[in-house]
Design a protein around this ligand. Structure first.
Ligand SMILES: *Cc1c(COP(=O)(O)O)cnc(C)c1O
Length: 393
């Protein structure tokens, strides 16, 4: 018997449950309007929130860095992989997030998978939001600490768990700041208060909020810090990615100098992985500059998102708790969600259907990722088209 015959059986099961995923056709670039199978479609399927992924300034910086520093780094940072470009970018990141230090990872998935096991071990405890990103969940699984999952944003349950957990050596509360499927914000001020009260570390992943939220684009922590200027210093571990609004790639963590030193010694995805390519780091540095010099990108984006939510809600579509550029349209079953997505695509709109394991069973949704490049016209005509395909839901 073929030892891999189970794969076909499993794939058939996924297909029967409407859960089989297939790759979309390859795309030339990200953008609000893209060529898909020879058809021009309005693209709501990307996280290129500030429309920087194909910006010529990032491309030029990446090209120059490739010429000066090569394509690959050929070693991990602790051996010989770190260039001056990386050194500058880490300093720029620390300055941007107003922390003592920062550390670059190949991706933010790698950052979470490496950081969490470096913070907690046997005899420790982790408290994580039920809707945390898969990379946080995997980081928690890799740590040998006891794991406690609290229902999404449920502070009462979290406090109860913390109260019962005084026996643990170290404790870590970890959450997304802007949730990737629902587009809602974690209650960061309240989480910081609980962390303080129960002497826990607080780790916040700003992957979707960096560049979009906060007066200076530092993320949701900065957004909430308007009411409490001390808040930023009370979030001990701040993770982010260059791969979404910053238009490049690579993960990072910002925090105190001793914390960063510890992570560079103990986060296995840092120690045992080749340094980020210099071209990618150089593009990230330009993106951070643009977040500072072009605040209108994020301001307009959030205004457009509010308008789109309003148009959808007026027509009876449920956008859940979204307050951001991530707008879910809640549908329910996988089959109805995929039907609707397909009908929209035939009419020139790419709004991906999101199914388990990205969301719980029967919480399937169309996920709209709005970007600074979406025009008012695109938004209005999308809402009209959605009305035309309503019967498929
Ligand atoms: C997308 C995402 C990541 C992964 O980021 P990459 O840099 O693409 O690996 C990590 N955390 C959260 C919350 C995310 O949404």
């Amino acid at each position: 018997m073929d030892p891999l015959s189970w794969v076909d059986e499993q794939l058939t099961q996924l297909e029967r449950a409407d859960l089989l995923r297939t790759l979309p056709p390859p795309l030339r670039t990200a953008g609000a309007s893209v060529e898909l199978d020879g058809q021009t479609v309005v693209n709501f399927a990307s996280n290129d929130y500030l429309a920087l992924a194909a910006d010529s300034r990032l491309i030029d910086a990446a090209t120059r860095a490739c010429h000066s520093s090569g394509v690959g780094r050929a070693a991990s940072p602790l051996i010989s992989g770190r260039s001056e470009i990386h050194d500058c970018l880490e300093q720029q990141l620390a300055k941007f997030q107003r922390t003592e230090a920062a550390l670059l990872f190949p991706t933010s998935f790698a950052a979470n998978a490496g950081i969490i096991p470096a913070l907690v071990d046997r005899g420790d405890a982790i408290y994580g939001d039920a809707k945390n990103h898969a990379s946080i969940i995997d980081g928690c699984r890799l740590a040998r600490a006891e794991r406690h999952i609290y229902p999404h944003a449920d502070l009462d349950t979290l406090e109860q768990l913390l109260r019962q957990g005084s026996k643990f050596r170290r404790r870590l509360i970890v959450t997304d700041s802007l949730f990737s499927m629902d587009g809602d914000l974690a209650p960061i001020p309240q989480l910081a208060a609980l962390a303080e009260q129960y002497q826990a570390m607080l780790m916040v992943d700003e992957a979707h909020a960096i560049g979009v939220f906060g007066e200076n684009g530092r993320g949701a922590v900065e957004h909430f810090a308007v009411a409490d200027p001390q808040l930023e210093s009370r979030v001990h571990i701040r993770v982010g990615t260059f791969a979404k609004s910053l238009g490049s790639a690579g993960g990072f963590v910002c925090g105190s100098a001793p914390l960063i030193k510890w992570l560079s010694n103990r986060a296995r995805t840092y120690v045992f992985s080749t340094a980020q390519p210099a071209g990618i780091a150089a593009a990230g540095a330009v993106a951070l500059d643009l977040v500072a010099s072009e605040p209108e990108r994020r301001n307009l984006l959030l205004k457009k998102a509010q308008r789109l939510r309003q148009l959808l809600n007026q027509r009876g579509w449920d956008t859940g708790a979204s307050v951001s550029q991530i707008i879910p349209i809640k549908i329910g079953s996988p089959a109805a969600t995929m039907r609707l997505s397909e009908q929209l695509r035939q009419r020139g709109y790419w709004a991906p259907g999101i199914r388990p394991p990205s969301v719980p069973d029967h919480d399937c949704l169309l996920r709209l990722g709005l970007t600074a490049a979406h025009s008012d016209e695109m938004i209005a005509s999308f809402v009209q088209t959605l009305e035309q395909v309503r019967e498929y839901a």
